[in-house]
Design a binder for this molecule. Structure first.
Ligand SMILES: NC(=O)c1ccc[n+]([C@@H]2O[C@H](COP(=O)([O-])OP(=O)(O)OC[C@H]3O[C@@H](n4cnc5c(N)ncnc54)[C@H](OP(=O)(O)O)[C@@H]3O)[C@@H](O)[C@H]2O)c1
Length: 247
């Protein structure tokens, strides 16, 4: 019997990057996996490639979160692994930040994470695992990333409160804070190929282990945190960054 046979896993933002890598691994380990995303074509393609289920749902819209929760519970019942991963990035100095781009980032990265967690709580099995995708930027500083950093720091605070509130049901809540991981996130920030390559080299130079991370490595950590081996771990933030925060 596979490790996650008969387990239901929901992963927000599963059509690329870490969500995709994690969906692939959890499926290989036997879980029934549901992924979400904002683009029907992209989630359908990923679902086909991975042999998982796809539900169109924008984490930035409360009505979409409600729809996701009702679809999942109707079709699959209660959830065992909830990986709230979807997030966006963007840069602006504090001086030049606009209310629109501030709201967009906070809406997806914080408000959307919060209400995805909140609305799934009644539909989690006792003993379930919740993992929030944070960032090393929640506790480090980079010019131009104030709102992104704040959105992830806020999420870490919620993670700890949720761990306490849900402990009586043996539901564990943890956060993963990656350093640089090789995903489509940077491309979505509007950089051209040359700038992207330059940034990857720069990020590698800041990483003692000498490379950037792979989406699968995030999946392996989600799988560990959601396994019985981690049954005493809750309220913790796991840094996975090749040592970059040591510098
Ligand atoms: N890559 C890194 O180095 C890094 C480091 C630390 C933390 N993170 C965090 O890791 C998480 C995953 O990012 P990634 O690097 O794997 O990037 P990615 O390849 O862009 O994946 C993000 C996923 O989330 C989806 N998504 C974005 N906004 C959404 C929304 N409003 N509703 C539903 N789905 C949405 C994307 O779908 P679309 O195709 O529709 O955009 C995509 O499937 C994010 O929370 C990010 O902040 C990334």
């Amino acid at each position: 019997m596979k490790k996650f046979e008969n387990k239901i896993a929901v992963i927000t933002g599963g059509n690329s990057g870490m969500g995709y890598g994690t969906a692939k691994l959890l499926r290989e380990l036997g879980a029934t996996v549901v992924i979400t995303g904002r683009r029907q074509e992209a989630i359908d393609l990923a679902a086909k490639e991975l042999d998982v289920h796809a539900i169109l749902s924008d984490q930035g819209k409360l009505e979409d979160i409600d729809h996701l929760v009702s679809e999942v519970t109707e079709k699959f019942g209660k959830v065992d692994i909830l990986f709230i991963n979807a997030g966006i990035s963007g840069t602006s100095s504090i001086e030049l930040e606009t209310p629109e781009s501030f709201d967009k980032m906070i809406n997806v990265n914080f408000r959307g994470v919060y209400f995805t967690l909140s609305k799934f709580i009644p539909h989690l099995n006792d003993g379930a695992s919740v993992v929030l995708l944070s960032s090393v930027l929640a506790s480090t500083v980079s010019p131009g990333l104030a709102v992104y950093s704040a959105s992830k720091a806020a999420l870490n605070a919620v993670m700890k409160t949720a761990a306490l509130e849900l402990a009586p049901r043996k539901i564990r809540v943890n956060a993963i804070s990656p350093g640089a991981i090789d995903t489509e996130l940077f491309g979505k920030m509007g950089m051209d190929k040359a700038t992207l390559a330059g940034m990857t080299d720069y990020l590698i130079s800041l990483t003692p282990i000498g490379r950037i991370g792979k989406p699968k490595e995030i999946g392996q950590l989600v799988a560990f945190l959601s396994s019985d081996e981690a049954s005493f771990i809750t309220g913790s933030e796991y840094t996975i960054d090749g040592g970059s925060t040591l510098l």
